[in-house]
Design a protein. Structure first.
Length: 382
């Protein structure tokens, strides 16, 4: 990529990063999408704003083809779909530090406004008349993608956007190809007890103690004689983490109710249905079963993109041609919007790190390598 394009992509990245588009700030997310719309104004690309409802997180669909006519029964389809998000985890200050010739820092430079800026520039440089290509930009990936990718791909009332293959730069840091990302299963436990003065605990039934027992029960579930969850080390296994606990109002009262939210991440050993059966079965057989209620808060299937898929084989070859070393496969402990798709999702990212931290960074020249890889993959498949 020329120095001119280096500066152009950097300017786009800076413009996006300067917008404080935290996921729940729908107004600022709209500002981000408006900036992208203005960038493509006057081009031959077809721009379609999408929203599940007037108050929902907005999306923008950029396509080489018009949106299907109403009543036609046709669904938005492209041979290649780029999936990006411009929402970020909140931060006290927004902006970029650093120069385009080296490492830059700032909220979203890696996750994923930098990659989105590169892909915007790439699309604008292409003639859509010669391609079957689209890009979906969403604004709620960091909070689960319910109004965004899930609605766009999977909801019965959604537009059912689909493709032959999807490029999603939301995993695979440092040019690794993602083959797995863990699924997510989150529940809320609510324990009921009986309030009493804490000087006379025998007059009450402490809901906090019941809750502690049941949190431990979920975390220590056994199946076929083996623990379901293991939170030790970075090895590839399912995990169970209590994240929010609430109970009690005042220090001198036995709490009559308490609640906890538990975040479980599961590997291919499980499906959502089998994990639910085991977890709810353990709670139902508990001595505290009459005092505990469990509700599903959020669930998301695993992402699986096997190395033997033609799009993975070809992408790996293209990546190796550009990075000049063997590309490793990667399994992600986190999640992404790619989980909502029922088509192959090819995930890799430039060199970077510090996601969701104050020192999020990306090696900016590697974004240009990422740009060139995506350009070649699009030539092959779109």
């Amino acid at each position: 990529m020329s120095d001119a394009r280096l500066l152009e992509v950097f300017a786009l990245t800076k413009a996006l990063v300067d917008i404080p588009s935290a996921s729940r700030d729908v107004a600022q997310c709209r500002v981000c999408l408006s900036f992208i719309q203005e960038y493509f104004a006057g081009t031959a690309w077809h721009l379609t704003p999408i929203a599940k409802s007037p108050s929902a997180s907005p999306m923008l669909y950029i396509s080489s083809k018009p949106w299907p006519a109403s009543g036609s029964g046709a669904k938005p389809f492209s041979k290649v779909l780029i999936l990006g998000h411009v929402d970020v985890v909140p931060m006290a200050t927004y902006g970029i530090e650093g120069e385009p010739t080296g490492v830059i820092r700032g909220r979203g430079v890696s996750d994923m406004k930098g990659p989105v800026a590169a892909l915007m520039h790439l699309l604008k440089s292409l003639n859509p008349a010669n391609l079957d290509l689209a890009m979906l930009v969403v604004t709620d990936e960091e909070i689960g993608g319910i109004d965004g990718a899930k609605f766009a791909f999977a909801d019965a009332e959604g537009p059912h956007i689909s493709c032959d293959m999807c490029l999603c730069p939301d995993g695979g840091d440092n040019f690794k190809l993602v083959t797995h990302e863990k699924g997510v299963f989150r529940i809320e436990l609510t324990a009921s007890g009986k309030s009493a003065h804490s000087a006379y605990p025998w007059n009450g039934d402490n809901a906090v103690l019941t809750l502690i027992d049941e949190i431990g029960r979920v975390g220590s579930i056994q199946h076929d004689g083996k623990p379901v969850f293991d939170n030790v080390g970075p090895q590839w296994h399912s995990t169970c983490v209590p994240t929010i606990i609430q109970g009690g109002q005042v220090i001198n009262q036995v709490p009559g109710s308490a609640s906890a939210k538990i975040d479980m991440r599961f590997t291919e050993t499980w499906t959502l249905d089998t994990l639910k059966t085991v977890v709810f079965g353990a709670l139902a057989s508990s001595p505290n079963a009459s005092k505990i209620r469990a509700e599903v808060v959020f669930e998301q299937p695993m992402l699986l993109c096997p190395p033997e898929l033609p799009c993975m084989i070809a992408t790996k070859k293209v990546m190796e041609d550009h990075v000049h070393h063997d590309v490793e496969y990667s399994r992600g402990h986190g999640t992404s919007d790619g989980h909502w798709a029922d088509f192959p999702v090819v995930m890799f990212k430039p060199i970077g790190g510090g996601l969701h931290q104050d020192d999020e960074w990306v090696d900016f020249p590697s974004i240009l390598t990422f740009y060139d890889i995506c350009a070649d993959v699009i030539k092959l498949f779109a």
